[in-house]
Design a protein around this ligand. Structure first.
Ligand code: IPM
Ligand code: MN
Length: 360
């Protein structure tokens, strides 16, 4: 099969700019490797609210459900953040999409690039050689529990709920990944305080029995926040609940030198979505300065998911080539910055000219 339906949701802020580079590159990959990608565009987020009143219009959901993979940019708009009374928020679109598509596992890989090691505010000795795979549960927990704010605005609550069915599948995924790596899984939780965390621990121990070759560790999230920047090399695979995963993955991004580099894959049983872990960076919108690499590496994860390993590896190779040769945006090279589309174009050209098949 070489025909793939890709749903493209550019979203808000810099989302459209970075996704544009990914689409540009996918078109080149299609030519070079003889794949036929069909792109179907949909609205989501603030842009969708402005145009339709709904952060996730029905038509967008349908495009995504019909797709082989969803490529998503970013979500969020400051005009909503400053307004606590807003009834609809852009983020609701993404949360609903994750839930509707059943994207229970959000995978966030993290590694250092030797040419960028100086970019991290952390010391070289500490971060060099870090290679972590974070598995964040994505469709349960406090994000999706009952929420309430009383009329007077005097109190509010958010319920954090987990069931066995929410936890088991992602824990298996984490263990299976660890088997291909350094054979260590760390559950990050707050089991000294939270019942949901104690359930996670219990289930992790049970699942671990099926993977005797993998070591299972537990770490409280407050300590993990510290350990991640004190000694990140101690981690291999991390598995954690929704909100802890959100927080520690942003923290961990500091290790790689720029949050503009970090991709993610959100996987369910029938659908998959690929997005950078960075947000919509509204201050940079339209300026052509946003780093497209997180989106481009998310595209590489998408190619992996579609079992197009050769193309995925070629794409990662070209990103590494761009980084090693300082063909990067201002966040990574303030002295001689390239624009968003120059970086994307460079990567696209590298793929074209380094693949002999292009000339055949
Ligand atoms: C992320 C984002 C989202 C989240 C927001 C935009 C709802 O921060 O993907 O990490 O909190 O999951
Ligand atoms: Mn986040």
């Amino acid at each position: 099969n070489n025909y793939f339906k890709i749903a493209v949701l550019p979203g808000d802020g810099i989302g459209p700019e970075v996704v544009n580079e990914s689409v540009k590159i996918l078109k080149v990959i299609g030519e070079v490797f003889h794949y036929n990608f069909q792109f179907m565009y949909g609205l989501m987020g603030a842009e969708a609210i402005y145009q339709t009143g709904d952060p996730l219009p029905e038509s967008t959901l349908k495009i995504c459900k019909d797709s082989d993979a969803v490529l998503f940019g970013a979500i969020g708009d400051p005009s909503f953040d400053d307004n606590p009374d807003a009834k609809v928020r852009p983020e609701q679109g993404l949360l609903k999409l994750r839930k509707e598509l059943g994207l229970f596992a959000n995978i966030r890989p993290l590694k250092t690039y030797s040419s960028l090691i100086e970019k991290s505010p952390l010391k070289k000795d500490i971060i060099e050689g870090t290679d972590i795979q974070i598995f964040r549960e994505l469709v349960s927990g406090i994000y999706f529990g009952e929420k309430f704010t009383d009329e007077e605005g005097a109190y509010a609550y958010d319920v954090c709920k987990y069931s066995r069915e929410d936890i088991v599948p992602i824990v298996h995924m984490a263990f299976q990944e660890a088997q291909k790596r350094k054979k260590k899984v760390t559950l990050i939780d707050k089991a000294n305080v939270l019942d949901t965390s104690r359930l996670w621990r219990k289930i992790c121990k049970e699942v671990a029995e099926e993977y005797p070759d993998v070591q299972l560790d537990f770490m409280f999230v407050d300590n993990a926040a510290m350990q991640l920047i004190l000694n990140p090399k101690q981690f291999d695979v991390i598995v954690t609940e929704n909100m802890f995963g959100d927080i520690i993955s942003d923290e961990a991004s500091v290790i790689g030198g720029s949050i503009g580099l970090l991709p993610s894959a959100s996987i369910g049983n029938t659908n998959a979505l690929f997005e950078p872990i960075h947000g919509s960076y509204p201050q940079a919108k339209g300026k052509g300065i946003a780093n497209p690499i997180a989106s481009i590496l998310s595209t590489a994860m998408m190619l992996d998911h579609l079992q197009l390993e050769q193309a995925a590896n070629k794409l990662r190779e070209s990103v590494e080539y761009a980084i090693e040769n300082k063909y990067v945006t201002v966040d990574l090279n303030a002295d001689q910055p390239y624009s968003t589309s120059e970086v994307g174009g460079f990567i696209a050209d590298y793929i074209k000219f380094s693949e002999k098949s292009y000339y055949n």
